[in-house]
Design a protein around this ligand. Structure first.
Ligand SMILES: Nc1ncnc2c1ncn2[C@@H]1O[C@H](COP(=O)(O)OP(=O)(O)OP(=O)(O)O)[C@@H](O)[C@H]1O
Length: 330
């Protein structure tokens, strides 16, 4: 299947922070990555999605300057990653997909150790460690042994470790794997907080739903090849996935005529109403079309209380399965 790289709305305004140009990686006879080109806009939460063995870890390790591509180049701003690994490692925080074995350390000692590795002076370490523990909501566990933390807590500690040198870019390899739903929500909130702090974040997962609600952009990898990439809305739209809109009305008596109005709009499909004043529908247009629909509803006096398009959501998983199936067949 031909690669589709869609322009990102965020990348239109600014130069991408990361440029991946024709990157391939071969391990003996395995083509882990094949001619991948991708641009990561600054400030995005970029989801790297693909089934096991798709090449996600390989790509993240190349971006972290921990692995050299067989061919192609990766640029982070004006630096080519293989030519300046130590500069890149200062800009990048990498959280691997495995925890490894923890030495006999408390949470605070663990972070202090990594702060030392990054050359942070002793005077600054205490303050940085306290700030990081607060950020990942582990202040109450500062003196707990790492081994005694829950999986979700270990995951957050690992994320704090990746942040110890205040990198601009965070590479998180399967950060949600093995977490229960509550820990996943906490992780999602933390990732959003980090985006708010100006970080550009790449997150991999083989489960699209884990990422759908938190990513601004996604790239789907399959057998080392890029299947599609771009802003979540555009990818979903391009693949015919559509979005769901939840429309809540003030007045139950107006549900029927609102539905009759929506039924006449070409981009709206599968309208349902399962609660008193809530109408749900699928929408396959772009944001401009959505704006016109909302403006018309308001202008014509429909009593709208809320009008909420949901990015991706459940539909994305379907899109992902469709696209990986299609590329398997090609
Ligand atoms: N060190 C290695 N030596 C040989 N083959 C490797 C090595 N590392 C990865 N591979 C192979 O490269 C391909 C891509 O692996 P990679 O770990 O990047 O995929 P992934 O998408 O992260 O998968 P997962 O979700 O299972 O972690 C796989 O076929 C894998 O077996």
């Amino acid at each position: 299947m031909q690669n589709m790289v869609l322009p990102s709305t965020t990348s239109e305004a600014t130069e991408p922070l990361i440029k991946i140009q024709n990157v391939s990686k071969r391990y003996h006879n395995t083509h882990a990555l094949q001619d991948i080109s991708l641009e990561i806009p600054r400030g995005t939460i970029y989801g790297l999605i693909g089934p096991n063995g798709a090449g996600k870890t390989t790509l993240l390790r190349i971006l972290a300057a921990l692995l050299t591509p067989t061919s192609g180049q990766v640029w982070i701003e004006e630096q080519e990653v293989t030519r300046a690994p130590s500069i890149i490692q200062r800009k990048v925080g990498y959280m691997p997909d495995f925890f490894g074995v923890y030495p006999d350390l408390t949470s605070a000692e663990y972070l202090e150790f990594y702060a030392g590795i990054h050359g942070i002076s002793r005077q600054k370490r205490n303050g940085i460690v306290a700030d990081l523990l607060e950020l990942v909501e582990l202040s109450s566990k500062r003196d707990a042994m790492v081994e005694t933390l829950s999986r979700g807590m270990k995951q957050r500690l690992c994320l704090a470790r990746a942040l110890v040198h205040d990198p601009e870019i965070l590479l998180l390899d399967e950060p949600a794997s093995g977490l229960d739903p509550r820990a996943r929500v906490e992780l999602r909130e933390l990732v959003r907080t980090l985006q708010g702090l100006g970080k550009t974040i790449l997150i991999s997962s083989h489960i699209l739903l884990e990422l759908a609600e938190m990513c601004t952009d996604i790239a789907i990898l399959q057998n080392g090849q890029l299947v599609i990439a771009g802003d979540v809305e555009k990818v979903t739209h391009q693949l015919g996935g559509g979005r769901q809109i939840d429309i809540r009305l003030l007045d139950k008596a107006r549900v029927t005529d609102t539905i009759a109005h929506l039924e006449k709009i070409a981009d709206i499909h599968n309208i349902t109403t399962n609660e008193d004043r809530l109408i749900q529908a699928e929408f396959t247009g772009d944001d401009e079309a959505l704006h016109h629909i909302l403006a018309a509803l308001i202008n014509q006096g429909y009593p709208i209380v809320s009008f909420a398009p949901r990015s991706g959501g459940g539909r994305l998983e379907e899109v992902f399965l469709n696209i990986t199936e299609r590329s398997n067949q090609s």
